[in-house]
Design a protein around this ligand. Structure first.
Ligand code: SAH
Length: 255
């Protein structure tokens, strides 16, 4: 029997945000591989073998998925959100590139999911309506100095900035440093969104001004969006709407 590997995103949490394509792959799978909390999001089935692993063993997990597919199994490797955004798809290709030549003949597909940034932005309004960028604040796989450089340049380019993993396990104080840096270089009161556990029962959304933002507002389940200098807040009885207008003026120094 010919095996295959689908690297699939389960979305931010709600069942309604799992794509039909991912649901179909799961229905056809013989083996489910992933970090335990994500494997738990898939309903058990007698003909579905579950391989739940610990966090931080991404390469081992990727190799296991590839080995199972090479042995003829129908494998779905799950990530939360989108598998290509700070998740398993890149780990699979790292393992593939370093692995046996035979793995290159495998049927491997990446099935997209709704990434946390998009789910969070949609809840808040349209903060990513103009140019934006995304950073992973975890410094497990890169030096902190690179995170600071990228934050500075993102602010200089006047992007809205989506921050994943604000509370890194290796450096929980990292977000405090990032926030202090942003407060020092932005020198304005742009909106900041703290979107926690979006689309789950534990969801919360907080919109503050940058000078009022504090580190403890973020945890491992929070996605932070820092507006650009142009990002606006519309106050409404039902709660604020945050959006970034579609157009930008020519910067003063370039005109
Ligand atoms: N592949 C995932 C991201 C994995 S990194 C995706 O595409 O969404 C894990 C980080 O994603 C968390 O630390 C948090 O910043 C963010 N995140 C994941 N799910 C979230 C949710 N439901 N609400 C808010 N942030 C979430």
């Amino acid at each position: 029997m010919t095996g295959w590997l689908a690297v699939a995103g389960l979305g931010p949490g709600a069942e309604a945000l799992v794509t039909p394509e991912v649901t179909e792959a799961l229905a056809r799978a013989s083996d489910l591989v992933g970090y335990a909390p994500y494997v738990d999001r898939v309903a058990p089935r007698s003909d579905l073998l579950r391989h739940a692993s610990d966090n931080r063993v991404e390469l081992e997990r990727a190799r296991l998925a590839l080995e199972l597919a090479a042995a003829g199994r129908r494998v779905v490797l799950v990530s939360s959100g989108d598998p290509g955004v700070f998740a398993m798809a890149a780990a699979v290709f790292e393992a593939l590139e370093a692995g046996p030549a035979a793995w290159r003949g495998l049927d491997i597909r990446v099935l997209p999911g709704v990434t946390a940034m998009l789910a969070a932005a949609a809840r808040a309004g349209a903060p990513l309506g103009h140019d934006f960028c995304t950073l992973n604040l975890s410094d497990n796989l890169k030096p902190w100095s690179l995170i600071e450089t990228r934050l500075r340049l993102a602010v200089e380019a006047d992007f809205a900035i989506a921050l994943y993993n604000p509370r890194s396990q290796a450096r929980p104080e990292g977000f405090a440093r990032a926030l202090a840096l942003l407060q020092a270089i932005c020198r304005d009161a742009r909106p900041v969104i703290f979107a926690r556990a979006v689309s789950t029962g534990a969801e919360s959304l907080r919109v503050l001004r940058l000078p009022d933002a504090t580190p403890e507002l973020a945890d491992m389940r929070t996605l932070v969006i820092v507006g650009s200098s142009q990002t606006r807040v519309i106050d409404r009885p039902a709660g604020p709407l945050v959006y970034t207008p579609r157009s930008a003026a020519v910067p003063a120094e370039a005109s």
